[in-house]
Design a protein around this ligand. Structure first.
Ligand SMILES: C[S@@+](CC[C@H](N)C(=O)[O-])C[C@H]1O[C@@H](n2cnc3c(N)ncnc32)[C@H](O)[C@@H]1O
Length: 321
């Protein structure tokens, strides 16, 4: 998956003339902070160089994860066409761009972001390129959401991991109250990211939400550690990305986990493929999360006829049936 051309051009022009050595150092610091899930009272993207490092090394991957999560949401609710978006921890506007790509008719967006440096980059990238009216709000989403209007789509991507765990239930409750239709949460596809999604899922189901995706049910998750639910998207690496990360391969696989919870039920909830398919001649093994609440591997062979054909086409993250 690639960034939309206009976003790519905007990012390239913001990164023009930035010395690669400085970008490399900033990317290293940023990546160490993210990996450690450091919560020391400082924002990871408080400084301009950290924002530039994010644009060069993280934005393509978070965009791909967010866009794939929106695709799953749209697959579960084909009638959903949000006119309004409220995105918290908006960063450089990743969700705004991905939502516009999914639903170009989006009319207005409110983006809450604590860091002035990344808000500035996000505003400059969106200006003149995004048709929806976008208002960027400076604030801490754990305390400053009062007075904000409800939106049809409410989202938080790669944000919960930056918030102290004790503040999460109140934040989730607030986001759900601001959700007129559907709430989408995206997190890194790590065991810790999955645990945060599971906690939000339990809380939202308790509040009456319908799960649209990825789970085809509302019963407790059938997976147990060390297993964990996550998906992946292959992302092309730009030349600058390769230089900054000293990477040789021209792509990376971004692992992510998400939850789309809605006030409206999905018309149907088929099984979902929750691991890379294992193929062989005339057969394929899919690990499926089933509508009844179970999960496990199932072998499909030519004898299954059309079901086999569908199973052979299904990829990790797709629905089957
Ligand atoms: C990893 S970035 C993700 C940005 C964007 N959502 C994306 O997917 O690319 C997390 C963003 O959340 C912001 N953030 C963290 N805690 C916040 C809070 N309490 N209130 C508002 N924004 C916050 C950070 O400044 C950062 O821009």
């Amino acid at each position: 998956m690639e960034l939309p051309a206009q976003l790519r051009q905007g990012v390239d022009s913001l990164l023009e003339k930035v010395p690669v050595a400085a970008l490399k150092q900033a990317a290293k610091t940023l990546s160490e902070r993210y990996r450690a899930e450091l919560r020391d009272g400082r924002l990871h993207m408080g400084e301009e160089m950290a924002v530039k490092a994010y644009l060069a090394t993280r934005l393509p991957a978070t965009y791909a994860a967010v866009r794939a999560s929106l695709e799953a949401l749209a697959g579960a609710r084909p009638d959903f066409r949000p006119a309004s978006l409220l995105d918290i921890g908006a960063g450089p506007g990743t969700m705004l761009w991905a939502t516009t790509d999914a639903w170009p008719e989006l009319e207005r967006a409110v983006l809450v972001e604590a860091s002035a440096a990344v808000r500035k980059a996000g505003q400059s990238l969106a200006e003149g390129a995004i048709a929806a009216r976008a208002d960027w709000i400076a604030g801490d989403a754990t305390i400053d959401l009062d007075g904000i209007e409800t939106a049809e789509l409410v989202s938080a991507a790669y944000v919960l991991d930056e918030i102290v765990p004790a503040s999460l239930p109140k934040l989730i409750d607030h986001l759900w109250r601001l959700t007129a239709d559907t709430l989408l949460i995206v997190e890194p596809g790590t065991p810790a990211g999955w645990q945060r999604i599971l906690a939000a899922r339990r809380q939202l189901i308790g509040a009456g939400a319908h799960v649209l995706a990825p789970c085809p049910h509302e019963v407790p998750c059938p997976l147990t550690p060390p297993d964990w639910c996550h998906f992946a998207r292959r992302v092309a690496r730009s030349r600058l990305h390769r230089l900054v990360k000293e990477a040789e391969v021209p792509w990376e696989d971004e692992k992510f986990i998400y939850l789309a919870a809605s006030r409206q039920p999905a018309p149907a909830r088929p099984a979902r493929v929750i691991a890379p398919p294992k193929g062989g001649s005339g057969k394929v093994v899919l690990k499926l999360c089933q509508p009844g609440g179970g999960a496990g591997e199932r072998l499909f062979s030519k004898r299954d006829g059309d079901v086999f054909k569908a199973a052979r086409r299904a990829d990790w993250g797709d629905t089957l049936g």
